[in-house]
Design a protein around this ligand. Structure first.
Ligand SMILES: [Zn+2]
Length: 292
């Protein structure tokens, strides 16, 4: 690269002085440098800075709430996008699932919207977004909500993709989240049938330890009333930045509890402040938010 650059200058018969200066700079001390020519200037890239980390800190899962064709249209439109899309029935090539990439990982996709997690905001800036083709839910005439299941092949494809992203960016388990975690007042995806526990067992995302939950339950019936003050404090500490601290089971508090339950206790997601939910939140904090 260096020799070529010098050769280019010499060949074109231009003044050799700039090239000589550049060569002198390159020659001075640092052998880890790389000279790159851009349109109107050179960059001497020197490796070795230590105070640095990847911009990507979070991995966010979504469902599209649409069929595959409509999902593709939306994600290629002017309002929303995501880095990846898991098709409804991913094809496999040589036993490996094929996922769809729509946005370069270096670029900012528009999937999270107004969002908060663990003190951070606007997660589009710092996350990779994965959409999964899934219709979400439908409410029947009695007002009962029915959730559409995910296909096993989708979860296999998702797990392979997520494992790779987590490893490449060193994303911590508590920073693998759902859209409903980071925007609990307006989003339900990826929904209560998303297999968070199974994924956590594969090393994807956070999960509380059973024995720690039992310690925090302290013999209480899991379905009895928990302590709302403790639960609000615990969920704020875990990452739900919008959680009120007023000791009341108000609408905002219920929605955030429900989002938390969809992730960690999907059997009952009504947003009740029960003892089990409180114990799960405390167990997660013990594991992922140790006192400093
Ligand atoms: Zn979403």
């Amino acid at each position: 690269m260096q020799d070529e650059t010098f050769f280019t200058f010499a060949k074109k018969g231009r003044c050799l002085l700039p090239a000589i200066i550049v060569m002198a700079l390159l020659g001075c001390k640092n052998s880890n440098s790389n000279l790159e020519e851009r349109s109107t200037y050179f960059v001497n890239f020197v490796e070795g800075a230590q105070a640095v980390n990847d911009r990507t800190r979070f991995l966010v899962f979504h469902y599209t709430a649409q069929d595959e064709e409509a999902s593709m249209t939306s994600l290629q439109g002017e309002f929303v996008s995501a880095h990846y899309l898991i098709p409804e029935n991913p094809v496999f090539q040589r036993d490996k699932p094929v996922v769809i990439q729509l946005v370069d990982e270096k670029k900012r996709a528009w999937h999270a919207g107004v969002s908060h997690w663990n003190g951070r905001t606007n997660l589009n800036d710092s996350s990779i977004g994965i959409e999964i083709v899934n219709r979400g839910y439908a409410d029947d005439e009695q007002g009962l909500r029915h959730w559409y299941p995910y296909n096993d092949s989708q979860i296999i494809a998702l797990s392979k993709l997520a494992e790779d992203i987590i490893q490449r960016y060193n994303i911590t388990p508590d920073n693998v989240v759902g859209h409903s975690d980071i925007a609990p007042l307006r989003k339900q995806d990826p929904g209560k049938l998303f297999p968070w526990k199974a994924l956590a067992q594969m090393g994807i995302g956070a999960w509380p330890d059973e024995h720690t939950i039992n310690t925090y339950l302290a013999g209480r019936n899991p379905h009895t009333k928990g302590n709302i003050v403790t639960l609000q404090q615990a969920l704020l500490r875990y990452g739900y930045t919008e959680m009120p601290q007023n000791g009341m089971l108000d609408d905002t508090t219920r929605k955030i509890i429900s989002a938390f339950q969809m992730h960690f206790r999907p059997d009952d997601t009504r947003g009740e402040a029960d003892a089990e939910t409180e114990a799960i939140a405390c167990a997660l904090n013990e594991k992922y938010r140790p006192e400093k």
